[in-house]
Write a protein that binds this ligand. Structure first.
Ligand code: ZN
Length: 463
C-alpha cells in the first residue's frame, strides 16, 4: 500500500527527530507504514535509482479528457505537437478517455483550448517520489539478501541457491536491468532440462534482447514485455509467467510444455529500460537519437502498413514512428525472429496501462477475416478468465475500433507474417498510479494474467 502524503511528512518528521537524537526509534514509535523506512546498513552500494540523476516531473499534471465529440478530438490532435502532449493512454474515440501529461507551461495553454478535463494526477513527481521511496526500501533488503544468501525473511537457501530463486522475494519489488539479467540466467541454469537461453538480437546500444525458451512442443508461442520502457509492470508480469511455467503448481503445465515451445523476452527494449532507471523514468521509446530528441517509438516502427496514421512524424513525440519501417533494431530483430520461426500460434506484446486485451488491426478499422470466429472469442475468453481470477475488469476488442488507430504496431505485423493469434495487452491499472504501479500489485497482476494466458493456451488452434 502506498503511503499518503500526510504519512510521508510524518515520516520525514520522525526521520529528522532520528537525526537530531542520533539514535533510531523503536519500530513501535514509528507510524504504521513507516516501519520499513528505518535505514538498513549495507556494505554493498545500492542499485536503486539516484534521485539526483533523474529528470524531474515536478508540477507536471496528468489530465483526463473524456472525448465528447469529433471536434474535441480534432482540437486535441491539432495541438498535440505544439503542446508536447505525452499520451499516457490513447483511447481516441467518442466516449473514451485520453490521459495526457503536461508541463506546467503547457497546462496553461491546454486550459485555453476550452476542452473539459479532470485532473488525474496533480503532481506527477509526488507519485514518482513515492515509487522511488518504496523502491529504495526494497532495494536495501534485496541487496542484503543477495549478499548474505538469505531470503528477505532471513531464511538461508540450500545448496547454491540464492535470492534469485525465491519467487516471493523477487516479485515483491521492481529490479535493476542487471538483476533482471541475473534472474533470467539463474532460471535457465536451474531449469536446464526444460529451458534454454536465446537472444532475438541486439538493441541500438548493443544490449542483448535476452530470452528464455521453455518446453519442446511443435507449436511456438512468443511474448515479451517492456517494448515501452516506462511500463515496468510488463517486465515483471512476463517474468511471473516464466516462473509459473518453470515452477508453478498449475497441473496443466506439463501438457503445455509438450504442446508448446515458449520464446519469452522479458525486456524487449533494454536501452529504454536503462534510461527509465538512470535518467528519465517516463522514457517510452528506444535510445536512437533523432535530431534533438531521443528515441523511436518501436511500436510504431514495425514493417507493416508503417506510417499510415496513429503515429507521429515529430522526432520529439512519444509516438515517433522513426525515419523508416524497422529503423529501430529492437522491432526489426523481433520481427525477423517471428517471421523465421515456423508455426507461431500466438504472440503477445505486453503493455500498460488501461486494462485491455486487444487484437489486430491497429492500422485499419477493417477487421481480420477470422476476427469474429477466432481472435475475438479468444480475447473475450481471456478477459473472462482474468476477471474470474481476481475481479479485475479488462476490455477486449480490436485496436482500431476499440481504442485508437495505430499503424506500424507489433501485432499487425505479427498477423501479416502468419502468426495465428497475436495480442496487444494493456495491463493494470486505469490511471490511479499509471506507469508507477505499486510493487504489491505485481503478484496479483501476474496471477490474473496467468489465468488469461492459460485460457488462450487451452483454446489455440494447434498442430
Ligand atoms: Zn505501451
Amino acid at each position: 500500500m502506498r503511503l499518503s502524503l500526510s504519512q510521508i511528512s510524518l515520516t520525514a518528521v520522525v526521520a529528522l527527530g532520528v537525526i537530531l537524537s542520533t539514535s533510531w526509534p523503536s519500530a513501535e514509535a514509528l507510524p504504521v507504514g513507516a516501519i520499513n523506512r528505518r535505514p538498513h546498513f549495507s556494505s554493498t552500494p545500492l542499485v536503486a535509482r539516484s534521485a539526483a540523476a533523474l529528470k524531474s516531473y515536478d508540477q507536471h499534471r496528468v489530465v483526463r479528457v473524456n472525448i465528447q465529440s469529433e471536434d474535441q478530438l480534432k482540437i486535441l490532435t491539432e495541438n498535440e505537437d505544439s503542446l508536447h502532449f505525452d499520451y499516457f493512454t490513447h483511447e481516441k474515440n467518442i466516449g473514451g478517455n485520453i490521459d495526457i501529461r503536461l508541463t506546467p507551461e503547457d497546462f496553461v495553454k491546454f486550459q485555453s483550448l476550452n476542452i473539459g478535463y479532470t485532473i488525474l494526477i496533480d503532481n506527477l513527481q509526488t507519485i514518482l517520489d513515492q515509487e522511488r521511496d518504496e523502491d529504495g526500501q526494497y532495494q536495501q533488503k534485496w541487496e542484503n539478501s543477495k549478499l548474505n544468501k538469505v531470503s528477505m525473511n532471513g531464511v538461508a537457501f540450500p545448496g547454491n541457491d540464492d535470492v534469485f530463486t525465491n519467487s516471493q522475494d523477487w516479485f515483491s519489488g521492481y529490479h535493476s536491468y542487471e538483476d533482471h539479467q541475473t534472474w533470467l540466467q539463474t532460471q535457465i541454469k536451474k531449469y536446464a532440462t526444460i529451458a534454454s537461453a536465446f537472444s532475438a538480437g541486439k538493441s541500438f546500444q548493443n544490449r542483448e534482447q535476452a530470452g528464455i525458451k521453455i518446453g519442446n512442443g511443435p507449436n511456438n508461442v512468443v511474448f515479451h514485455g517492456l517494448q515501452h520502457s516506462r511500463e515496468w509492470i510488463t517486465g515483471s508480469v512476463v517474468e511471473y509467467l516464466i516462473d509459473q511455467l518453470l515452477r508453478g503448481t498449475d497441473s496443466r503445465v506439463a501438457g503445455y510444455l509438450k504442446k508448446y515451445t515458449f520464446h519469452i523476452i522479458p525486456i524487449m527494449n533494454p536501452d529504454g529500460f536503462v534510461i527509465t532507471q538512470s535518467s528519465d523514468r517516463m522514457h517510452r521509446k528506444n535510445a536512437q537519437k533523432n535530431g534533438e530528441c531521443l528515441g523511436t517509438d518501436t511500436n510504431r516502427n514495425w514493417n507493416f502498413h508503417w506510417n499510415e496514421g496513429g503515429a507521429s512524424t515529430d522526432p520529439c513525440a512519444d509516438s515517433y514512428m522513426g525515419p523508416s519501417a524497422f529503423s529501430a533494431p529492437e522491432a526489426k530483430n523481433i520481427g525477423e525472429y517471428l517471421k523465421k520461426l515456423p508455426n507461431v500460434v500466438s504472440y503477445i506484446d505486453f503493455h500498460s496501462y488501461s486494462q485491455l486485451w486487444m487484437t489486430p488491426y491497429g492500422f485499419t478499422g477493417k477487421r481480420p477475416d477470422n476476427y469474429d470466429t477466432y481472435l475475438k472469442p479468444l480475447a473475450v475468453g481471456a478477459v473472462a478468465a482474468l476477471k474470474a481470477a481476481g475481479g479485475t475488469v479488462f476490455q477486449a476488442g480490436d485496436i482500431y475500433n476499440t481504442i485508437y488507430p495505430a499503424s506500424g504496431s507489433s501485432v499487425d505485423y505479427a498477423l501479416s507474417v502468419g502468426v495465428g493469434a497475436p495480442f496487444a495487452v494493456e495491463l493494470r491499472d486505469r490511471g490511479e498510479f499509471g506507469f508507477s504501479l505499486p510493487a504489491n500489485q505485481i503478484i496479483p497482476s501476474g496471477k490474473e494474467v496467468w489465468a488469461a494466458f492459460t485460457y488462450i493456451l487451452d483454446n489455440l488452434k494447434t498442430k
